[in-house]
Design a protein around this ligand. Structure first.
Ligand code: MRU
Length: 383
């Protein structure tokens, strides 16, 4: 066992890589094809998004025509994943503004504040949501200082939302390039939840952006996806998008992670983040902390991949990050099927915080941050 979890990777026997070639062919034969996944899209009609609750069984797209509908889609997990939530919120505000009936700046400003408040109340942990709302607020303030033509202000907000979308795609491409360099040829990467195209504007993703970055640099990579109880983002979403992209993927239940690590089948862990504190503590999907502890025990490097918009310098440590508590029904039921005895309570924190000491590096769109994170993250955020 390696003593240094920050050391070089590449020790597995590529068990998964070899084994998955056959499954890749099977998946293609079932008719899943096409590479670019469009998670959230701006259209003149409204905000179009894939309904992630229905994946992998059904690939259904929804057209959301009001700010309320987009807010509801975020709250109910039609769209999820920190950067995707931010992009969707910006587009929701833009669509809301486009429809506003206000004829003067004061009334438009009142409507805009109301919509920002509604959007902010959807989910508490992912800072990208608040970052995107603040960016839209800033654009609104600037537009109002330049003109009192409400139609021009509305156009400025639509264009800002489209820019947030473009910036997210570009950020994840950059992050993928930086992260791809850390992954050796032939590596098997374990990931938790879904931090892929479906968790961002589309295309690359963050943790899966690192996988795609390595693949696009010509390396052979395979992924082990934790199923990620209770919402099953790993089993349903990560497996779906990697198979669609023809990247070898094997699903395991969350409680198998220690076993596969002990067997030497994992070369690196790469996960996304919903909010990273100034000291590098990282909030991500519940269960991530457990994976980080296991990775440390087995001397496997544990990487967090996120754009700098996920870094919250206003929060000094992970203890200050609000953790969303979701409906206990997600734990007690599988769709409509009860799993636990009626009346027995369940606890459902949606995220946990991995202390910075367990993180080998934080891969961002501006570069790779290493310990001490307080200095390295600040430098990247301000660059
Ligand atoms: O509850 P979710 O599905 O929104 O949680 C998503 C995650 O925890 C992701 O890992 C995180 O948002 C990073 S996405 C690039």
């Amino acid at each position: 066992m390696r003593a240094d979890p920050v050391g070089a990777v590449g020790r597995s026997e590529h068990f998964y890589f070899e084994e998955r070639a056959a499954t890749r062919a099977n998946f293609s034969a079932r008719g899943v094809s096409g590479r670019m996944i469009k998670t959230v899209e701006w259209t003149e009609e409204g905000v179009r998004m894939i309904d992630q609750r229905r994946l992998p069984n059904e690939e259904k797209y929804l057209m959301l025509r009001s700010c309320d509908e987009v807010a509801e889609a975020i709250r109910t997990m039609v769209v999820r994943g920190a950067p995707a939530i931010g992009v969707a919120a910006a587009m929701g505000l833009a669509v809301g503004m486009k429809q506003a009936v206000a004829t003067n700046v004061a009334d438009l400003s009142y409507d805009f504040d109301f919509m920002c408040g509604m959007m902010s109340a959807t989910r508490p942990t992912a800072v990208n949501l608040f970052w995107a709302i603040e960016r839209m607020r800033e654009r609104f303030r600037r537009a109002c200082s330049e003109t009192d033509d409400v139609e021009e202000i509305k156009r400025a907000l639509v264009s800002e939302a489209k820019q947030i979308f473009e910036d997210d795609i570009a950020a994840n491409r950059a992050l993928g390039r930086f992260g791809g360099e850390l992954i050796p040829d032939g590596a098997t990467i374990l990931t938790h939840c879904n931090a892929g195209a479906l968790a961002t504007a589309g295309d690359y993703g963050t943790a899966l952006g690192v996988v795609r970055g390595a693949r696009d640099a010509g390396k052979r990579v395979a992924v082990i996806a934790d199923e990620t109880r209770p919402f099953l983002q790993g089993a349903r979403l990560t497996a779906w998008e990697l198979a669609k992209d023809e990247i070898p993927v094997t699903v395991i239940t969350d409680n198998m992670a220690g076993h596969v690590m002990k067997q030497g089948k994992v070369d690196a862990v790469v996960v996304g983040a919903d909010r990273i504190a100034a000291n590098g503590d990282a909030a991500n999907k519940i269960g991530t902390y457990m994976v980080a502890v296991l990775a440390r025990e087995h001397s496997i490097p544990f990487y967090v991949a996120a754009p700098v918009s996920t870094v919250d310098l206003n929060v000094s440590t992970g203890e200050q990050i609000p953790i969303e508590e979701r409906d206990a029904r997600e734990v007690t039921h599988l769709r409509d099927q009860p799993l636990t005895p009626a009346g027995v309570p369940a606890h459902n924190p949606a995220f946990d915080v991995t202390p910075n000491g367990l993180i080998a590096a934080i891969i961002t769109d501006k570069g790779v941050a290493r310990q001490p994170y307080t200095a390295s993250l600040k430098k990247l955020v301000e660059s």
